[in-house]
Design a binder for this molecule. Structure first.
Ligand code: BTN
Length: 275
């Protein structure tokens, strides 16, 4: 009896840290996450993963942190990453044309949705190309960094941030309206290491599928979560701002916009501005 009480006490106090041994308790992958480097605090897991990739770390190596001091987002944005989120990067070395690397980003957003929904049925959406949304606010972001020469990918670092339970007082004012934490939207108790393990498993499944049979089915499944479908939006590309109605993504993973003149424009890369 005494032992049981002590066990229960320890369990409820167990800190939910993203320790490799905790993650591995839930992990069922062959390659992704077999090597995990964990940090309580680091500048950026993407920065560290790139360093490891250059040192020759094998595909599937994961860098995870409880907190980042210099978290990086897309288009040179900073990524707010205090304790309360899952901040991690995965090293991949696919034998594909560098031009196809953008598919890996789409694949990752789907893996995040699938992994979370395995544990909790939240109505998640994906904002092209790869932001995961809940109730029109962002709960996860993905930064894919590629090193390639000619037709060869040296490595891809897939950096993913998922907001779980961030202290709302610590969130800067302008960000408060834009982001959402999964833990605040469900009664289900979420374990950081379990969520990460589920997402890693989905990355592996989708990655193997993509390398084996191409990206077709992945694109089809991605379409089910398309946040922008039918919406009037503007997209800021490196060259211009294009406005129109989003009519989905094509087989290349490009966003299709129908302009007021009825012209269909294919956007390969850009940032969305909602109307
Ligand atoms: C975005 O702007 O939406 C992308 C955000 C990506 C954030 C993650 S957190 C883990 C990894 N390390 C980083 O510095 N950034 C990515």
């Amino acid at each position: 009896m005494k032992e049981e009480i002590i066990k229960g006490y320890c369990l409820s106090l167990r800190p939910d840290l993203l320790l490799p041994e905790e993650i591995k308790r839930y992990l069922s992958t062959k390659e992704i996450g077999q090597i995990i480097e964990h940090f309580r605090i680091i500048d950026s897991t993407n920065r560290r993963a790139k360093e490891l990739a250059l040192e020759g770390a094998p595909q599937g190596t994961v860098v995870v942190a409880e907190e980042q001091t210099g978290g990086r987002g897309r288009v040179s944005n900073r990524w707010f990453s205090p304790r309360g989120g899952i901040w991690f990067s995965v090293i991949l070395t696919p034998d594909i044309d560098p031009q196809q690397a953008s598919f890996v980003t789409l694949l990752a957003s789907l893996a995040v949705v699938r992994g979370i929904q395995e544990l909790v049925p939240l109505p998640l959406k994906i904002k092209w190309p790869n932001d995961v949304y809940l109730k029109n606010r962002k709960c996860a972001g993905i930064l894919t960094e590629i090193s390639a020469k000619m037709n060869l990918i040296n490595y891809i670092v897939l950096g993913i941030g998922i907001n779980i339970k961030i202290d709302s007082d610590s969130i800067p004012g302008e960000l408060k309206k834009k982001i959402i934490c999964l833990g605040d939207e469900t009664e289900t108790e979420l374990f950081f290491s379990e969520i990460l393990a589920k997402v890693l498993r989905q990355i592996e499944l989708l990655y193997d599928q993509a390398l084996g049979e191409g990206f077709g089915k992945i694109i089809d499944e991605w379409r089910k979560y398309d946040l922008l479908l039918g919406r009037q939006i503007s997209v800021e590309t490196p060259l211009e701002v294009i406005s129109g109605q989003s009519i989905g993504i094509n087989e290349k993973g490009a966003l299709l916009l129908k302009t007021e003149q009825g012209q269909i424009i294919e956007v390969l890369a850009g940032s969305i501005i909602f109307k």
